[in-house]
Design a protein around this ligand. Sequence first.
Ligand SMILES: [Zn+2]
Ligand SMILES: [Zn+2]
Ligand SMILES: [Zn+2]
Length: 346
Amino acid sequence: MPELRKDPVLGRWIIISKERRKRPTDFLVEVVPGSGGFCPLCPGNESFTPHEVYAVRNKGAVSNTSQWQIRVVPNKYPALIIEGDLGKEGLGLYDRMNGIGAHEVIIESPQHDKNFADFSIEKMALVFKAYQERIVDLSKDQRFKYVMVFKNHGKAAGASLEHSHSQLIALPILPRMIVSELAGAKSHYNYKERCIFCDIIRQEIQFKERVVCQNDKFITITPFAPRTPFEMWILPKRHSSAYFSQSDADILALAEIFSESLRRLCGCIANVPYNFVLHTEPLRSGGLEYYHWHFEIVPKLTSIAGFEWGTGFYINPLPPEEAAGYLRESLENTSGGIHDEQDIAG
Ligand SMILES: [Zn+2]
Ligand SMILES: [Zn+2]
Ligand SMILES: [Zn+2]
C-alpha cells in the first residue's frame, strides 16, 4: 500500500509509492555530451570573470592570475546585485524591495573535467572552508539576513557550466524554507527542550535502517520523508546551528563523509545529476539551541509535475530504507576515502 509520510521538522507530507517502486538500475541517466567550447572558469581565462573575492593560491601567486586551487568570483549574470539599498516600500497591499544581494561562484578546481565527487578529501575540505570564509565575510553586511550555499551538478539539475563549481546567494530576506525549518525546530524545542535534529540523529543511530554512513563527527541518513529517491542529509553529530563555527578538523571530517556519501550515490547511479544545499542558522544569530545545520543532497531523478506544483507533496518511488540499503552496499568492495597521495605518504 502507498504510504503518506510527514517530515517531522517541516510538517511536509510526501507519498512513498511502493507500487511504482524502482531499483537503482531503473534510473537511467542520459549523459549529454559536453559543449567542449570556451570555459570562463578554466585557468588562463581569469580576465573573463569578475575579480575574485576569495582564492586559495600557490604561495606568491598574484591574484586574478592562473596559479590557484580555488577561486570565488561574483557571478557575471547575478540573480541579485550588490550595490544599492533595499528600497523597501508598500504598493497598496503589496510589498516590494530592490533586488539587492550577492551572487558568487565558487570555482572548486582548476581542472575542467574533474567531478566534485572525485575530489580528494583535502581538496573537498578546501571548498567547504571557502564556504565558511565567504559566509563570515558576507555576514558583516547588515543588509543580508541569510547566505544560501548550493550546488547544481549535471544539466538536469540546472548546471549551466560543466566546470565544477558551486554558488552562494546572500539574501536580504530569510528564505521561506529556512523560516519553516526554524519554526518546526522551535516548536519541537518549546515542547521537549531538545533539538529535533539531535533527536533525529539519536533515533536513526538506534534504528540503523536509514543510516548510510558515519564517522566520529558526522552522519549521513536518508530522511524519513524524502522528496526524491536517494535524498540524503549530512548532519554534525554534536549540536551546532552555525556552519561557519566548525573547526578545521570538523571540516576535514565533513569532507570525508561528504565524499563517501557522494561516491556511494554515484556507485548506485552513474552520472547522477544532483543538487545540494547548506542549511545553517540566519546570519548573526549567535548560536541557536533549537536549530542544527546540515547539508541536503537531492538527486534529480524524478520530475516535478502538476500534482507536486498543486499540492507541495512529492511522490517518491523508492522508500528511504531501501535507498539506504543500496547506498550502504554500493561501495562494499572499496574502503576508506580518497586522499591526496602526499597525505597518504606523509
Ligand atoms: Zn573549465
Ligand atoms: Zn541539534
Ligand atoms: Zn534542511
